[in-house]
Design a protein around this ligand. Sequence first.
Ligand code: GDP
Ligand code: IMO
Ligand code: MG
Length: 431
Amino acid sequence: MPAIVLIGAQWGDEGKGKATDLLGEHVDYVVKFNGGNNAGHTVVIPTASGPEKYALHLLPSGILTPGVTPVIGNGVVIDPEVLFHELDGLVERGVDISRLVVSANAHLIAPYNRTIDKVVERFLGSRKIGTTGRGIGPTYADKMNRIGIRVQDLFDEHILRQKVEGALDQKNHLLVKVYNRRAIGVDEVVDELLSYVERIRPLVADTSLLLNDALDAGNTVLLEGGQATLLDVDHGTYPFVTSSSATSGGACTGSGIPPNRVERVIAIAKAYVTRVGEGPFPTELDDADGERLRVNGHEFGTTTGRPRRCGWYDAVISRYAARVNGVTDFVLTKLDVLTGFEQIPVCVAYEVDGKRFDEMPMSQSDFHHATPVLEYLPGWSEDISGARTFDDLPANARAYVMALEEMSGAQISAIGVGPGRDEIVQLRSLV
Ligand code: GDP
Ligand code: IMO
Ligand code: MG
């Protein structure tokens, strides 16, 4: 049976959590393959007593589906304090977390990396990235620099101490001499990390082996990406990106599942675009329309509460996402948020210094200066949240979706019309 990859097509917060939850009952494993608690996924589940809302950060969204085995893959960076806080919160609400498995090769976000993330941002001033301040970038930097601490290091106190000493030898110079902060003691870090050992031990496994065995046995594995294509460290709007591989290629390196197991790549795209943090955003709106998208779409970050920057749908970005990820299906979310606009502009190309770009410009300098070439599509005023088939949508909403499909480089297989699990128009099966 196949592995399926699910990723964000834009700058994050497209509704990946909801889509993963939707697919949950058709899959056996849900694997988070990149990022950490910089992610924020809101999932709304219908229950007998009304809709229940969950905000997930570090855990795969599949943890909410009974019977699914949620896996934190090797490509993830784990803040153990956040891991157990999030698990405790779910247990309190009656969620069964007993199947969770954590890769022995995942890296840990050490306390000094949270500190460094914040002081570096302050130091950068106007050149800041607008990170979530969770220590994500410094932890991935340590991984590449080969001074990272991995989950498996927790089980060898001697090695753990040696690694923390080695890392702090460098970090304390930086913290004290460059950033004017206090030095961090080896003991305080080692003691904090060791305090998690007994709790994490039963969760830890060779997850690449586990997942490949599961695929051999006929199970379906969903690889759930955090962040999104334009936040990918290689393919995103560098340097205004996160520090992991959020595109479909990262699903393989971040899980230990080879590319020839992947049969489907599902990209989640909002019917407009949002971005949190700094960096270029050609279709961004600074006007009443932008405010209307923010308010109607509740566009405030799940992780940091920051207002999200809002703009019109950008087909250049979607085509780019289709190309670099090998997208087989788009899920178009939040179509309901566009209800009531008389006409809806869509970006079909960019203009940079009088030159038209139908594809993403090669250079970031050009992308920073790109202005959108807009096409105007007629809007609709009917409430579409009750639509469950394509024909339930008003003609102009159908035409909007079809126009987007035409420009975006892959078929649109489902359409979100509200935050709830059932608020979806499914055009074809995704599993
Ligand atoms: P993720 O990070 O990609 O999982 O997305 P977030 O959870 O950060 O942000 C998406 C938000 O949109 C969440 O609050 C979802 O509940 C909500 N959402 C998802 N799909 C839809 C939809 O089709 N319509 C509306 N109105 N809200 C949606
Ligand atoms: P989900 O999974 C939106 C952004 C931050 C910042 C940049 C780098 O919910 O879609 P980092 O803390 O990762 O070093 O910050 O990336 N960012 C996100 N934006 N959704 C996310 O996750 C994000 N995760 C990181 O705002 O601009
Ligand atoms: Mg989010």
